[in-house]
Design a protein around this ligand. Structure first.
Ligand code: GAL
Length: 703
């Protein structure tokens, strides 16, 4: 899908603010909110996300009075709005008038009103009412000077990613009819001759419900695709209304990081600005590592265009079993991390901490204690600091490594049954590969399996279970142009209808990778294996395998760079490398433990000529954003101890205002934003001179 033209957020600064729910507070509070927001440097708030019942108390009759007053007050205080269309949750009257709007779970049980997002994505009645509200909002506020962008719905799929109600079933049938044209086409695609599943008519098809045994895998996969598309259709329907009424205003919907249920490549193509809600768990000292992958996805969804962190928690959330607060400094560094990764601002859920409802224990920018609350103090301090790094706005992140994310493969390889092993988890593998690259000092973009790969020296594919000729062609071209490609196990297995490729895996990638898979060899629970690997210098080491291995044969023109060293596969090829054109493709037939992944991926980075950290670690992160003349290098110390960073001549710390060179000490949870002239950018494939190098002396190795 071609990305839509970019309508920017109408805001001349890094965005700073949060969700604002004035309708939960008496009107007298609003003036104080505006005053404190100004004091904290807030310039953008999201509202009215869940206020439909207050705007439309009677069907078709809108009361915008209170909303007018809030928006005017904000605007008078210099604060803009990320204006929600308000369609995230329908009013009770709509549900009582049309109970069929409510979603059904997999067992056909209707979910009752009593929480938010009480609608079936395919309900025509819900859509009709939601679009009417969207149009009313657009007409009312489309020319208000406070309007910065449209915030459509809220976190699509958060509570109801899939629905099994009669309306969804009918919508699924139409979707299948459009996809396959005829019932014969569907029978062929679904392989219904197995287990007597043939259909005579689309009317006989149901979404995959609880059944007596394993369900047709293609039916399951198509239901995943359909369910993502059903929400996309709803999103697109609101976009169409907004495009018609306010063609120049940017639209977004807030994503939920690496969210399995929705194919964000398609969602991002439909909107102007990517926004994300990120809730790294403060209880996890390494939560910043998967966060970096999420942010890599966000900036990549629209080809490197700046995105916006629309929600994060100032401290604790209220929806985990145990909600640990953020230690002093953690909210600050988390915010800077998102900005380092291309977010043009840092926003929160929410402005004022709730007094009632399910989120009253969720932290907010203005805590229950008011101005004295730690969260307000930290919020105001961060607001002041962001003004100092205004120059980074609009700049783009530099990355030489990209990781392939493919929702089809995610869905297919993690079906609920009928796989060689239920232990191979797509997300865990993607995170493990990214985490190894993070430890090796890499900033990682995310890319589709069809590219574009321009600008990358290394592309890693932790898994591409469903592979097509088009993907294989794009990956082959990348390698032949000089790229290093690494493909993980259980890839190239089936086509998009879940049929095993002729001749077996890795199907269309067979020639490029120089391997043929004979048999999957998953490891029994609790068992590990080993393989022997030699690095480019010939140094041998034993690497641990977990969960998965394969019986493979290497082609005559491929090199076996690692062999299994124990069990039934002992002596057989485990990792194969094949040169193609100016580059090379590597196939890892096993899942490796972290140390092994770092070893192998480190070898690949070396082969690509990319700088690799001499002491791998996960506390320090260095990310560079650039514009035409300046590099902004963010040095983020996610650990609690001080570290020393070697800084080249000519750097200026935007936060302290000091010129820095030589050794810079960055305290625990400390951040430096170093501006320096862009080095002449480099090789044909786009890599640039590494501007800073982390001193290994004081970093905690191997973290
Ligand atoms: C998000 C949601 C917000 C709020 C927040 C709390 O998922 O969009 O409305 O509920 O979580 O962490």
């Amino acid at each position: 899908m071609t990305p839509t033209p970019h309508r920017p957020i109408r805001l001349d600064a890094l965005a700073y603010g949060g969700d604002y729910n004035p309708d939960q507070w008496p009107e007298e509070t609003w003036a104080e909110d505006a005053r404190l927001m100004r004091q904290a440097g807030v310039n953008l708030v999201s509202l009215p996300v869940f206020s439909w019942p207050l705007i439309e108390k009677t069907p078709g009759v809108y009361d915008f009075g209170w909303l007018d007053r809030v928006i005017d007050l904000l605007w008078d205080s210099g604060i803009k709005v990320d204006l929600a269309t308000g369609t995230a949750t329908p009013p009770a009257w709509l549900i009582r008038l049309h109970p069929e709007v409510l979603p059904h779970n997999v067992d056909g049980q209707r979910l009752e009103f009593g929480s938010r997002q009480a609608y079936c994505p395919s309900s025509p009645i819900f859509r009709e009412h939601a679009l009417r509200l969207t149009e009313a909002m657009a007409t009312r506020y489309g020319s208000h000077p406070a309007l910065a962008m449209w915030h459509i719905s809220n976190e699509y799929g958060d509570h109801v990613p899939r629905c099994w109600c009669p309306a969804s079933a009918a919508h699924f049938r139409t979707w299948l009819q459009n996809r396959y044209g005829s019932i014969d086409g569907l029978n062929e695609a679904w392989g219904t001759s197995c287990w007597g599943q043939n259909y005579l008519t689309f009317e006989h098809i149901e979404p995959p419900r609880t059944s007596m045994g394993p369900i047709n895998p293609t039916q399951q996969l198509d239901f995943e695709r359909f369910s993502s598309d059903a929400l996309l259709e709803l999103f697109q329907a609101e976009i169409d209304v907004l495009r018609r009424v306010t063609p120049d205003i940017a639209v977004t919907t807030n994503f939920m990081s690496l969210f399995k249920e929705l194919d964000y490549w398609d969602f991002a193509a439909a909107e102007d600005v990517v926004t994300d809600d990120a809730y790294p768990d403060p209880a996890d000292p390494h939560a910043h590592v998967p966060a970096a992958l999420n942010y890599g996805l966000m900036r990549s969804l629209k080809g490197g265009q700046p995105w916006l962190l629309l929600e994060q928690a100032p401290s604790a959330v209220s929806w985990r079993d145990v909600n640990v607060p953020k230690a002093p400094g953690r909210m600050r560094i988390d915010s800077f991390q998102a900005i380092a990764h291309g977010s043009d601002g840092a926003m929160f859920f929410q402005w004022r901490q709730a007094k009632f409802g399910p989120e009253k224990y969720h932290s907010a920018m203005l805590g229950h204690r008011g101005e004295q609350s730690r969260s307000f103090q930290e919020t105001a301090a961060l607001g002041a600091e962001l003004k100092k790094i205004e120059a980074v706005r609009g700049s783009r992140v530099k990355a030489s490594v990209a990781l392939v994310v493919d929702w089809d493969s995610w869905w297919g390889s993690t079906a609920p049954d009928s796989l060689p092993s239920q232990r191979l988890n797509w997300l865990e593998q993607a995170r493990a590969w990214h985490s190894a690259l993070f430890a090796l000092g890499q900033t990682v973009d995310v890319v589709r399996a069809t590219g574009p790969f321009h600008g990358y020296d290394v592309v890693v594919v932790p898994n591409l279970y469903i592979a097509t000729e088009a993907q294989a062609g794009a990956l082959t071209a990348f390698v032949e142009r000089g790229g290093q490609l690494v493909v993980g196990p259980f890839s190239g297995v089936v086509d998009p209808t879940e049929k095993v490729h002729d001749g077996g895996a890795p199907g269309p990638l067979r020639e490029l990778l120089g391997v043929e898979v004979d048999e999957w060899w998953p490891l029994p629970d609790g068992q590990t294996g080993t393989l022997s690997w030699s690095d480019a210098a010939g140094t041998a080491s034993e690497l641990s395998t977990l969960i998965w291995s394969e019986w493979i044969d290497a082609a005559a023109d491929a090199d076996v760079v690692a062999r299994y060293s124990d069990g039934a596969l002992a002596g057989r090829a485990a990792i194969v490398r094949r040169t193609a054109g100016a580059g090379a493709a590597w196939y890892l037939s096993a899942t490796l433990a972290d140390a092994g992944l770092q070893e192998v991926l480190g070898g690949v980075l070396d082969a690509a000529g990319l700088p690799v950290r001499s002491t791998p670690g996960r506390d320090i992160e260095i990310v560079t954003r650039s514009n035409e003349d300046t590099d902004f290098t963010f040095v983020l110390n996610h650990g609690t101890g001080a570290v020393s960073v070697a800084v080249p001549e000519g750097a200026h710390d935007l936060l302290t205002g000091d010129d820095v060179s030589g050794n810079l000490t960055v305290q625990g949870f400390g951040v430096a934003v170093l501006a320096h002239p862009s080095p002449t950018s480099g090789t044909e494939t786009g890599s640039t001179t590494e501007p800073l190098s982390v001193s290994t002396a004081s970093e905690n190795p191997g973290v």
